[in-house]
Ligand binder design. Structure first.
Ligand code: AHM
Ligand code: MG
Length: 341
């Protein structure tokens, strides 16, 4: 007697561990190391979320170097997130090297620990200027295989084009905590159930909706933009009044703005402007992983001239303009930039 697989599928509870393990079937050559690495990042996310929910009480909002009333070391949340991710991954033998937005140079694996074949780039707490206002923030990560052959990993391992990615994801700390990731076989989202401390599958195989709902950009910079970006934005504004089909949202937290764009359809963009000629967002650990995710979800990401994933970073903290969302909208933005500059 056969099992009704469809019924089983909808009824089963899928923890993140189970899901990551099941994804391994797409990689017959897999040894399980990537699976464990992703699980370690999810664990870091849970630890960061836990700190975040106690942030006000523990007096860790925007402070550092102090001692709190319990005599504990007070740490800024972004530093705490950075250290949490590092110490959960420095000794596992899965990584050759790491890099973080918080550190100028690469983060080496300590000499006393073995190295592995993967490379982890991360922005530990993006949008941290929003934390003091109780606005959602996020962690972004990108995973590559090392390209150097031996020893500790180096900068060369970290400066790879996005097309080389083996996995990417983000954790959004909002009304609830969500972990969203891809290993190149669709994008999957998990919501943290705080009562059991586990991420459970809540958004399977996310596809960006074809009909856009929102555009998202900091219009406060309008006068600093080039004519092409100004005209593109005016085009989106006129779509709003003529068809009522697209509205505007901008949180100012990349992960949150991206997450909404992914789920609702539309475009998020952070252009270059006269005060930020390279753009603001970082290529290697902000734009690239989100570009990989959006492509996996059926959308596109561009720097205004071509796909983000085709760009090879030349330095760790290199900045980039970013246009990400529905493919037609990203292409339209590129058209305006090409025609009007
Ligand atoms: P951060 O890395 O210093 O946190 O800055 C990145 C953040 C992004 O989350 C967000 O998209 C952007 O900065 C918002 O910038 P602005 O305030 O200029 O709109
Ligand atoms: Mg950042």
């Amino acid at each position: 007697m056969g099992v009704d697989k469809n019924k089983f599928k909808t009824d089963k509870i899928v923890t993140i561990e189970r899901h990551i393990l099941e994804q391994q079937r797409f990689h017959p050559e897999a040894t399980g190391v990537l699976t464990q690495l992703l699980y370690d990042i999810a664990l870091a996310g849970k630890m960061i979320a836990s700190q975040m929910s106690r942030a006000g009480l523990a007096q860790i909002l925007g402070k550092t170097g102090d001692t709190n009333v319990q005599g504990e070391q007070v740490m800024k949340l972004d530093r705490l997130a950075d250290e949490t991710i590092y110490i959960l991954n420095d000794h596992t033998g899965r990584l050759a090297v790491m890099a973080s937005e918080e550190h100028e140079d690469v983060l080496s694996i300590p000499d006393e620990y073995p190295v592995g074949k993967y490379v982890l780039l991360f922005d530990p707490l993006d949008g941290s200027s929003n934390i003091d206002f109780n606005v959602g923030v996020g962690t972004i990560f990108a995973i590559y295989q090392r390209v150097t052959k031996e020893g500790r990993g180096t900068m060369e391992d970290c400066l790879q084009p996005g097309r080389n990615l083996v996995a990417a994801g983000y954790i959004v700390y909002g009304a609830s905590t969500m972990f969203v990731y891809t290993t190149g076989h669709g994008v999957h989202g998990f919501t943290l159930d705080p009562s059991i401390g586990e991420f459970l599958l809540s958004h399977e195989d996310i596809r960006i909706p074809n009909i856009p709902t929102y555009y998202s950009v900091n219009q406060g910079y309008f006068t600093r933009w080039s004519p092409g970006i100004q005209k593109y934005t005016q085009h989106l504004q006129s779509m709003t009044s003529e068809t009522k089909s697209i509205s505007m949202r901008y949180v100012g937290s990349l992960v949150v703005d991206f997450h909404r764009t992914l789920l609702s359809g539309g475009i998020f963009y952070y252009p270059a402007d006269i005060s930020k000629p390279e753009g603001k967002l970082r290529l290697a650990y902000e734009a690239v992983p989100l570009a990989y995710i959006i492509e996996q979800a059926g959308g596109s990401a561009s720097n205004g001239y071509g796909p983000i994933l085709d760009v090879t970073p030349t330095s760790l903290h290199q900045r980039s303009a970013l246009y990400v969302g529905n493919t037609e909208m990203v292409k339209e933005a590129e058209d305006y930039i090409r025609i009007y500059g």
